[in-house]
Design a protein around this ligand. Structure first.
Ligand SMILES: Nc1nc2c(ncn2[C@@H]2O[C@H](COP(=O)(O)OP(=O)(O)OP(=O)(O)O)[C@@H](O)[C@H]2O)c(=O)[nH]1
Length: 601
C-alpha cells in the first residue's frame, strides 16, 4: 500500500554556504528516527570526505522521514539536501524539479548572502512554495527582524511567518516539521495512470552497482517490473526498489509523489540520462516530462600525471570518477612537455579543484593541470581546416590563413549595484553587449563573448566582483575569425607547452607580463638564475628572473647532529615529489593553476 498523496511532502533545503543546511537536515533526521544517535555520524548527509573537510555539499542526498504530525496523522517527508556552491548549481536545479517546496535557511547573524539569492532563484524558478527558516538564533549577533526585512526586500517573499530555530541546539525544530506539513503542498499524481517517473540522479555504488534516484509522478514502480528509459529507449528489469533513510531500505513499491531509488543491473551511470522519463515498457505513458539540458563544462584544461608512469592509473581513476560524476568530461591528450594526459571539462574552478583533489587523495595521484583552452578552427593556406585542441599544436603562422574561435551567447543576472563592474569585466574579455533589461530587482545583461575568454577564471571573477550574487548561463554560438596569437612561456629558455595558450593579439602582452610575474613568485630559487620569458613567435614580449640561492639546506647543521640533517633532507625530498622537472628547472605543480589566474588574487 503506497502512502496517500495528501500525506507526502517533498522538499529541498536551500541556503548560502555554511548557513546550516546540513545541520538542520541532521536534526530533522534525528527527530523522525531516520537513524539512531549512534549511527548519526556528524553531517550524515555530507557523505564524501572532501564534503566533510571542506564543509561543503557536493552531491544532492535524499532522505525519507516518517513524521507523526500534531494532527495525529503519519506523514512521509522526502528531503533532498542540495549543494550550496555555485559550481553545482546544476545539481540544485535538478533536485528542485523533483520536489514541491523548499526550506530557505538563512543564518540570522549573517542575513541574506550570495548563494541564498542564487539558490532561492532556483526554487522560485521551479515554482516552489518557500518556507523561510532563520537559523543560528542562539548566536548573540542574530538579528531576526533585520533578516526578515532583508528576505522580503531582497528576495521578495513574505518572511513574517519565518520559523526561528537553532539547528545546533535543536531549538524549535518541531516547528519546522509542522511548517513542512502545514505550509508545503502535497504532490499531485495519478495512482492508476501508466508509470511516469523523473530520473533525478544516478550514481555508482560499489555493492549495488548503478543506483538511480527517481521521483514518481504517476503510477507505481515495483520490483520485477520492466521499465523503459524514454530518451534512450533502453529497457531494464527492476532488481529492487527502495527508499533512503538515509540507509537504503527496500520497499515493495513506490507510488505517485514518492522519491526513491532502484537498481536494474544497469552497467554504468552513462547509460542513464538525468532528466529522462521512465515508464513501464508494456504500458508506456503518452507524454514524457520536460528533460534537463545536460550540464555544460565551463572550465577546460589538461590533466597530466607528474610521474608519466602513472598514466594508466590516471585513466582508470578518471573512469571511476566519471561513474559518479556525469558532469565531468575528458578525452585523451598529449603534451611535448608533459607526455600523455587528458583534456577535461568541468562545471567551474571549484569542480576542477575537487576532481583534482579526489584524484590525488582517493587514487594517490599527483597531477598537473595545464592552461585551459577551447577548440579552434584553423584554416590553412593549403585550403584545409584543422581543429586545434592544444595550442602547442598550432602550425607555423606562415601556413595559417585564419583562426576561428568559438563564441557564446551569455546571460548574466545580477543585482543592479554590480552591473557596472560586470560590464567592465565583459568589456575586458572582448564582449559585445546585445541586450540589457530588468527582471524584478535584477539586471539581466546579454553578451556575446569568445569562449576562450570565459573558460578559466571569468566565472570566478564574475562571482568575486558580484559577491556571488550574479548568476551566469551560456549557449554555445558559432566560430568567428579572430586575431589570435600563440603566447608561449619559456622557463630557462625552454618552452613549457603546458602554459602556452592562444590569446587575442590586443591582450597578449599584458597576459604575458602577468604570467611571468606570477611564475617568478611560484618557481622556487635554484642554484642558478632562471630567466622567465613570454614570447609571441620568436619575439620576447615580457621577462622576469628568479634569483639564485644556496640550496644545501644541511649546510646550517654542522657537528654530529645526523638526525636533524636526515630530517631536513627528508623534508626536501618530500617537497620534490610535487615538483615537475623542466630541463634543469623544477616547477611546483600548483604553479600551473595559480599562474593562469588572471584576477588580482
Ligand atoms: N551557532 C550555531 N551554529 C550552527 C547552527 N547551525 C549550524 N551551525 C554551524 O554552522 C556551520 C555550517 O553548518 P552546515 O550545516 O555545515 O552548513 P551548510 O549550509 O550545510 O554548509 P554546506 O554544506 O557547505 O552547504 C557548522 O560549523 C555548524 O556547526 C546553529 O543553529 N547555531
Amino acid at each position: 500500500m503506497t502512502t496517500p498523496l495528501s500525506n507526502i511532502r517533498n522538499f529541498s533545503i536551500v541556503a548560502h554556504i555554511d548557513h546550516g543546511k546540513s545541520t538542520l537536515a541532521d536534526r530533522l533526521i534525528q527527530m523522525t528516527g531516520g537513524l539512531d544517535l549512534r549511527e548519526m555520524k556528524e553531517q550524515v548527509l555530507d557523505s564524501m570526505d572532501i564534503e566533510r573537510e571542506r564543509g561543503i555539499t557536493i552531491k544532492a542526498q535524499t532522505v525519507r522521514l516518517n513524521y507523526k504530525a500534531k494532527d495525529g496523522q503519519d506523514y512521509v517527508l522526502n528531503l533532498i539536501d542540495t549543494p550550496g556552491h555555485v559550481d553545482f548549481a546544476y545539481e540544485v536545479s535538478r533536485s528542485m524539479a523533483a520536489v514541491e517546496g523548499s526550506l530557505l535557511v538563512v543564518d540570522a547573524s549573517q542575513g541574506v548572502e550570495a548563494q541564498t539569492l542564487a539558490n532561492v532563484y532556483h526554487a522560485i524558478d521551479a515554482n516552489h512554495e518557500i518556507v523561510p527558516v532563520l537559523n543560528k538564533v542562539d548566536l548573540p549577533a542574530a538579528d531576526v527582524e533585520r533578516v526578515k526585512t532583508q528576505i522580503e526586500d531582497v528576495i521578495g517573499i513574505d518572511a513574517s511567518e519565518a520559523v526561528e530555530i537553532s539547528a545546533k541546539t535543536g531549538l524549535n525544530i518541531d516547528a519546522v516539521l509542522e511548517a513542512i506539513v502545514t505550509r508545503l503542498p502535497a504532490p499531485k499524481g495519478e495512482l492508476n495512470a501508466p508509470l511516469k517517473a523523473l530520473l533525478v540522479d544516478s550514481w555508482y555504488d560499489t555493492y549495488l552497482g548503478v543506483v538511480v534516484l527517481v521521483r514518481i509522478i504517476d503510477g507505481v514502480m515495483k520490483k520485477g517490473q520492466r521499465i523503459r528509459m524514454m530518451a534512450s529507449g533502453a529497457v531494464y528489469e527492476l532488481d529492487r526498489v527502495a527508499v533512503t533513510t538515509p540507509k537504503l531500505v527496500e520497499v515493495k513499491e513506490l507510488g505517485p509523489g514518492e522519491l526513491g531509488v532502484f537498481t536494474a543491473s544497469i552497467k554504468e551511470v552513462a547509460d542513464t540520462n538525468v532528466g529522462d522519463t521512465i515508464t513501464e515498457d508494456k504500458k508506456p505513458t503518452q507524454n514524457a516530462l520536460p528533460g534537463f539540458r545536460p550540464a555544460q563544462p565551463v572550465v577546460f584544461c589538461g590533466l597530466f600525471p607528474v610521474d608519466a608512469s602513472d598514466f594508466d592509473e590516471l585513466r582508470a581513476a578518471m573512469g571511476k570518477l566519471r561513474l559518479n560524476d556525469a558532469s565531468f568530461s575528458f578525452e585523451m591528450e598529449t603534451s611535448a612537455a608533459l607526455g600523455f594526459g587528458f583534456r577535461c571539462g568541468f562545471l567551474g574552478l571549484l569542480h576542477l579543484e575537487i576532481i583534482q583533489e579526489r584524484l590525488s587523495r582517493e587514487f594517490d595521484l599527483d597531477l598537473i593541470a595545464t592552461a585551459p583552452s577551447v577548440v579552434y578552427e584553423v584554416e590553412l593556406t593549403s585550403g584545409e581546416t584543422m581543429h586545434l585542441h592544444n595550442p602547442a599544436d598550432l602550425p607555423d603562422v606562415m601556413k595559417i590563413k585564419e583562426i576561428r574561435e568559438p563564441w557564446i551567447k551569455a546571460t548574466i543576472l545580477t543585482p543592479d549595484e554590480y552591473l557596472g563592474a560586470i560590464l567592465k569585466l565583459c568589456q575586458d574579455r572582448r564582449g559585445i553587449q546585445t541586450n540589457l533589461s530588468y527582471v524584478g530587482q535584477r539586471a539581466m545583461v546579454e553578451y556575446e563573448l569568445p569562449l576562450n575568454e570565459v573558460v578559466f577564471d571569468f566565472y570566478d571573477r564574475l562571482k568575486s566582483i558580484s559577491k556571488g550574487y550574479a548568476s551566469f548561463d551560456y549557449q554555445l554560438g558559432e566560430h568567428r575569425e579572430g586575431d589570435l596569437v600563440k603566447l608561449s612561456i619559456l622557463v630557462n629558455a625552454e618552452p613549457v607547452d603546458a602554459l602556452s595558450m592562444l590569446v587575442h593579439r590586443s591582450v597578449a602582452e599584458s597576459r604575458g607580463r602577468i604570467m611571468c610575474e606570477k611564475l617568478k613568485e611560484l618557481i622556487p630559487p635554484h642554484l642558478f638564475v632562471i630567466p622567465i620569458q613570454a614570447a609571441i613567435g620568436g619575439k620576447i614580449i615580457a621577462r622576469e628572473t628568479v634569483r639564485a640561492m644556496r640550496k644545501d639546506v644541511t649546510a646550517k647543521c654542522y657537528g654530529g647532529d645526523a638526525t636533524r640533517k636526515r630530517k631536513l633532507l627528508e623534508k626536501q625530498k618530500a617537497g620534490k615529489k610535487r615538483m615537475r622537472q623542466f630541463g634543469s628547472v623544477e616547477i611546483p605543480q600548483e604553479a600551473f593553476i595559480k599562474a593562469l589566474k588572471m584576477g588580482d588574487d
